[in-house]
Ligand binder design. Structure first.
Ligand SMILES: [Zn+2]
Ligand SMILES: [Zn+2]
Length: 491
């Protein structure tokens, strides 16, 4: 059961060199281990896509869908297995499409001299399923992949599929029938003398039931909920193991609200009545080798208590919602200044990146939809009072291969030409004084040009990050799973 995750020691380098003229792509060779490096040059920042064609010119795989790319030479390193394994030895065409024109190059696979015979008939373009990277589920590390309807573990981590996410957030879940502050263990075999491989928190933490055995045990999967003082020290690792079936219970959940926390985007997504109601910036846990338990435990949870204010070290966290024993979703914390006033500065500066000791810190300033953590807290409290059912909150791991889509060039943005320092997602941002509203529009594609190139993203309405910042996050996730810590510190 114990796994050490191999990390692909690959990097995506972006060289910010301006190049004149047409786009170009260089010939590439698939390495023996199946990885490949593709270099291409974009003359000016624009939308581009890259696909792989066979000798007949049929598109057989998308390397990346249309996205805004910065001008310059790019080196894209793709891990082994990125291209479909059934790629026969031979030569293929890489086709780079941009607004400024197309460019082609050769991708050589294996030894072209032993190329298998080509299809003789004029066939239709080969149907290729969407890149598997887009279908990463929370059960990525599983050996079992059942297809349960509306199941957290079986649903791809794709926030744009509102129907799938809503189905998942409102489906019943299976928890361990224990007090909210109690824990149990997952065993390596259906036997209490076997190795204890993971911790599970009662009442709040969901498990994925794979099989109910006749001997009274169930085979389940979940992320290990180990805290600093847990018996089993297995930090947020995905494990498959056994638990007594009579310890499990299925519970119904709130049908009005549900929450997704995504470690990749560091955003909290509030769903209401079937749609994505609003998005708030957050910070999940930042671990280090001494405190591996700071990594926010991923998985499927129920919010079990409206705790209110909590204190952690010298920080005060308002509007805390308790889940998973001692983990909370709460407003970004503050410290007290000498004069007693609240100082949010330090913690607010870290919203949008990992920063906490395991809790999830959520934005305090009003966003474009009029939401704050305070408002979320009050709405959930009202809804659960009415239904008595707990709200489901799921936490998505930022597995290697997950990528943030680059926004379309025509995505509207706004700024205040009278001295504003930020760019915004809404013309009427609550963070800007009324006399400057509505603000002046421009587009995401113009963001790197004057006078927009120095603007920073607004911390009220949280517009899309700049291409370079998204590419930095994506490059990191091409090579590693930052939330998986076993490979770095062992157990
Ligand atoms: Zn499932
Ligand atoms: Zn704003």
């Amino acid at each position: 059961m114990r796994r050490v995750f191999c990390l692909f020691l690959l990097l995506l380098f972006i060289t910010p060199v301006f190049a004149e003229g047409l786009p170009s792509v260089e010939d590439s060779v698939l390495a023996d281990d199946g990885s490949v490096e593709i270099c291409y040059t974009i003359p000016q920042t624009c939308e581009a896509s890259l696909v792989l064609l066979d000798l007949q010119g049929h598109e057989i795989q998308t390397v990346f869908t249309p996205r805004t790319l910065l001008a310059g030479r790019h080196v894209l390193q793709l891990p082994a297995g990125f291209f479909a394994p059934e790629l026969n030895d031979g030569t293929y065409t890489l086709l780079l499409r941009t607004a400024a024109g197309e460019a082609r190059a050769i991708l050589t696979v294996g030894n072209p001299s032993v190329q298998k015979p080509e299809p003789t008939k004029e066939s239709d373009p080969i149907e290729q399923p969407a890149a598997s990277l887009e279908a990463i589920t929370p059960a990525l590390r599983s050996s079992y992949h059942p297809q349960h309807e509306n199941c957290y573990w079986c649903t791809p981590m794709d926030i744009t599929d509102e129907a799938a996410v809503w189905g998942m957030l409102t489906a019943p879940m299976t928890v361990v029938n224990l007090n909210q502050r109690d824990h149990t263990v997952l065993y390596a075999a259906p036997d209490t003398n076997s190795e204890q491989i993971a911790m599970i928190t009662g009442d709040s933490q969901g498990v994925h039931v794979l099989e109910t055995l006749e001997n009274g045990w169930s085979l389940v999967e979940t992320y290990s909920s180990s805290f600093f003082d847990s018996d089993v020290k297995n930090w947020n690792a995905f494990e498959t193991g056994y638990i007594r079936t009579d310890k499990l219970k299925q519970v119904n959940v709130n049908q009005q609200y549900g929450i997704v926390i995504d470690k990749l985007t560091q955003r909290m997504y509030l769903f209401k009545d079937g749609h994505l109601e609003t998005t708030l910036a957050c910070s999940t846990g930042l671990y280090n080798t001494k405190q591996p338990y700071n990594e926010t435990r991923s998985g499927e949870f129920l919010i079990v208590s409206f705790t209110g204010a909590i204190t952690s070290d010298k920080l005060i966290c308002d509007y805390a919602l308790r889940y998973n024993d001692d983990d909370y979703l709460h407003e970004v914390p503050y410290s007290k200044n000498a004069d007693g006033s609240k100082n949010y500065k330090n913690c607010e500066a870290k919203l949008g990146i990992r920063a906490s000791h395991g809790c999830i810190r959520v934005q305090r300033l009003t966003n474009a939809d009029g939401y704050t953590m305070k408002k979320v807290y009050e709405l959930l409290k009202e809804s659960t009072r009415a239904t008595k059912l707990n709200v489901k909150m799921v936490i998505w791991e930022d597995y290697q291969g997950r990528q943030i889509p680059i926004p379309a060039s025509d995505t509207p943005l706004y700024y205040n030409p009278n001295g504003g320092q930020s760019y915004h997602s809404t013309a009427n941002c609550p963070g800007v004084r009324k006399q400057y509203l509505p603000m002046t529009g421009f587009t995401y594609g113009e963001l790197e040009n004057a006078p927009y190139s120095k603007l920073t993203p607004c911390t009220n309405c949280w517009p899309d990050l700049r291409v370079a910042d998204i590419e930095k996050i994506n490059a990191e996730h091409l090579t590693q799973s930052p939330g998986e810590i076993m490979s770095i510190i062992g157990k």
